[in-house]
Design a binder for this molecule. Structure first.
Ligand code: NAD
Ligand code: MG
Length: 380
């Protein structure tokens, strides 16, 4: 039996992880944690017959750190699923790796914010890190067994979100409900907005760089509205390998948790006949978050932490109806220009950058600084 601790169990990935654990005969739930909706988590715990739980009440993470450490020690799991949303997932990832526990990682922000810290810790403890993010799971499966010198580059796909093909003008007054209406994936609110701005794909480029030790130029982003091809690998001889599958997160979750065994068959056979698969270049002028993220990744140091934190606050403000859709990119750009970069060589450094970026965006949203965005927008 492999005992699994699920962090963020009440979210979109968390709930699907519990389904996978339920149906995989070799997996057993060891404990649960969540950020809010504690009653829901307690109901999950009762249903699964587990007693170990922790909640980050009020979204705070400070006291939660000690609670999570206690949860990891008390449950002694074989693997930790990190399905927390946002930079709040970094400390839990580090805490698990520190204990030598393998992490099945949905929380891409861990790698965006603290990629260097995570990599150093993995090297020191030898703990595994297995991606749940569908594109990265696909890359993991594609690249397994291929000598790195045969891999020229990789590509990850983006659906393009609900606003694919629109002009900046057409994006100026889109609403929250429009942005939440993702055409192919059903996910938590934050990542759904990130998919609409293409920030999600920018975060995923940084995530892929850390997971597979790739340079920015080695990662292509291609818009593929059908979300059937998740990732591709270009080999040095010109061959192009692709990973295809229905857009269902339970597949990559099961792959990460069952590995190295194959997961129990659960998907209906994928029918190729009659499928149309199309690919387009992303519009990074209109969807500038993708370009901002790639630039932050190239700049390195604390720039990705600034980008991520600014984006989290901006997305929250958008969801609350306080800024417009195009303000998200403008606010992220403002934070990147305002917070000086530092080496990302300690948790203190990345958390300092994260806090500074949040301040910049909150001040701008609250209108405490000249040129702050208003409901009239900031002219992105
Ligand atoms: P969600 O909003 O549905 O769920 C987030 C979970 O994290 C909830 O259980 C919440 O209680 C918990 N949480 C929030 N703040 C917390 C805090 N401060 N401390 C502890 N717990 C906290 O999010 P989601 O869509 O399930 O996404 C989770 C992660 O997985 C994100 O990093 C996302 O980018 C990634 N991911 C999601 C999908 C998807 O299909 N939903 C796909 C790929 C990657
Ligand atoms: Mg993804």
């Amino acid at each position: 039996m492999r005992r699994v601790l699920v962090l963020g169990s009440t979210g979109s990935i968390g709930v699907q992880a519990l389904e996978v654990i339920e149906r995989e005969p070799d997996l057993e739930l060891a404990g649960l944690s969540c950020g809010s909706r504690v009653d829901e988590m307690l109901a999950q715990a009762r249903a699964a017959g587990v007693t170990h739980t922790a909640a980050a009440v009020g979204g705070g993470t400070v006291g939660f750190d000690a609670e999570l450490a206690g949860l990891m020690d008390a449950t002694a799991p074989d693997v930790v699923v990190n399905a927390i949303v946002g930079a709040a997932g970094l400390r839990p990832t580090l805490a698990a790796l520190e204990r030598g526990l393998p992490v099945a990682l949905a929380n891409k922000e861990s790698l965006v914010v603290g990629g260097e810290l995570v990599r150093a810790l993995r090297e020191r403890t030898g703990a595994d890190l297995h991606p749940i993010d569908s594109e990265h799971s696909a890359l993991w499966q594609l690249l397994e067994g291929i000598p790195p010198e045969r891999v020229a580059s990789v590509a990850i796909t983006a659906s393009g979100g609900p606003f694919r093909g629109r002009t900046a003008d057409e994006l100026s007054d889109v609403g929250v409900d429009d942005a939440l209406a993702h055409p192919t994936w059903s996910m938590g609110a934050k990542i759904t907005i990130d998919s609409a701005t293409l920030m999600n794909k920018g975060l995923e480029v940084i995530e892929a760089r850390h997971l597979f030790d790739l340079d920015d130029e080695q990662i292509e982003v291609v818009v593929h509205p059908q979300s059937i091809v998740h990732a591709l690998a270009r080999l040095t001889d010109g061959a192009l390998l692709a990973h295809l599958g229905a857009p269902d997160m339970r597949a990559p979750i099961a792959h990460a948790l069952a590995w190295p065994r194959p997961p129990v068959p659960s998907l209906s056979p994928f029918d190729l006949v009659g499928r149309e698969l199309t690919f387009e270049e992303p519009d990074t002028e209109c969807f500038r978050c993708l370009a901002l993220a790639r630039q932050a990744g190239r700049d390195g140091g604390t720039a990705p932490a600034v980008l991520n934190a600014a984006n989290e606050v901006a997305v929250e403000a958008f969801l609350a109806g306080r800024v417009r859709f195009l303000d998200i990119g403008a606010l992220v750009e403002r934070a990147l220009a305002s917070v000086p970069g530092e080496p990302a060589d300690s948790l203190e450094a990345v958390e300092r950058a994260d806090a500074a970026a949040r301040d910049v965006v909150r001040d701008a949203v609250d209108g405490r600084r000249p040129g702050a965005p208003s409901t009239a927008g900031v002219g992105a």
